[in-house]
Design a protein around this ligand. Structure first.
Ligand code: SF4
Length: 288
């Protein structure tokens, strides 16, 4: 009992340290945001309060910690026989040329070179035996979207999702080919979330097929405020509303750019500084 408490205490402190390192309001999208609940994503951007019950979940922290260990084990062992190009390959890019103000960032578990497959992106997922049964035929759609976006931005066409069953250590892998249509669909999902909800300070409706006791809601950190109608408006959200009232309109960087171009055309004002910024962000897009 004593050591269990010490262990949980350390895990909690590590988690708090991790949170403090990532402290700040969510400002960019990541591949792990895809394929999930849009309402939850908007709540993250509004910095809505998380459920109290979720804050002290010792078992959840232990499971997460074991998942990280399995992840590191797979990464380290595969590296011994495949040529590793990069592990935890971090990238941060404007979403696309039309939306340079929407930032997309993430980190691919491993980029490897395989003799017959060439360059491949690997994504490791550890899951319990119950969930494992459901990925035997095909991967979870959110994992597929995640890996597909790495392929999209790294401009490679092959990846593998490796599932590790935590109950019996069996492994299932799904080979993925780059899917342009899926990438476009996911990019549109991000644009819609930003433009229709985050920019307008609106909360998306709850998906009518969701229930409180089933995935994804059963694991969601916003379940209480979402289902019990509790106030989800945070200090950050209220500040954004005030700013919006002050501006009398919600001006995005994109509209500033459009306006700048119009002003330049009309008055021939030298806005070369602004144009350089735009060009720079477009260049960042070509990360390879
Ligand atoms: S509780 Fe369910 S519907 Fe509400 S934000 Fe979470 S996942 Fe979305």
């Amino acid at each position: 009992m004593v050591f269990e408490e010490i262990y949980d205490d350390i895990l909690k402190k590590n988690e708090e340290f991790g949170k403090s390192q990532r402290a700040g309001i969510k400002e960019r999208f990541s591949p792990t945001d895809l394929g999930g609940c849009q309402r939850k994503l908007a709540l993250q951007f509004f910095n809505a309060p998380e459920d109290i019950s979720q804050e002290d979940d010792n078992v959840g922290r232990r499971v997460l910690s074991m998942g990280n260990i399995i992840h590191q084990e797979l990464q380290a062992k595969l590296k011994q026989s495949l040529k590793e190009i990069k592990s935890e390959h971090y990238f941060r890019v404007p979403l696309n040329k039309e939306n340079p103000d929407i930032i997309f960032s993430g980190s691919c578990d491993s980029l490897m070179f395989h003799d017959t497959m060439g360059i491949i992106a690997l994504e490791y997922k550890s899951i319990n035996g119950f969930a494992y049964k459901y990925i035997l035929d095909e991967p979870k759609k959110e994992h597929l979207s995640q890996l597909n976006m790495y392929l999209h931005y790294f401009k490679i066409d092959k990846g593998v999702i490796i599932y590790y069953n935590k109950n019996d250590s069996t492994i299932k892998e799904h080979k993925i080919k780059y899917d342009k249509e899926l990438a476009e669909k996911d990019i549109n999902f991000i644009i819609e979330t930003q433009r229709e909800y985050v920019d307008k300070l609106k909360l998306p409706e709850k998906d009518i097929s969701y229930t409180k006791t089933a995935f994804p809601c059963s694991y969601c950190k916003f379940k209480q405020i979402c289902y019990e109608g509790k106030n989800w408006k945070s200090e950050h959200y209220n500040k954004k509303v005030e700013e919006k009232i002050k501006l009398n309109d919600w001006v995005t960087k994109e509209t500033i750019i459009v306006e700048s171009v119009k002003v330049k055309e009309t008055f021939k004002i030298d806005l070369s500084g602004i144009n350089e910024d735009i060009e720079e962000s477009s260049e960042n897009y070509n990360i390879f």
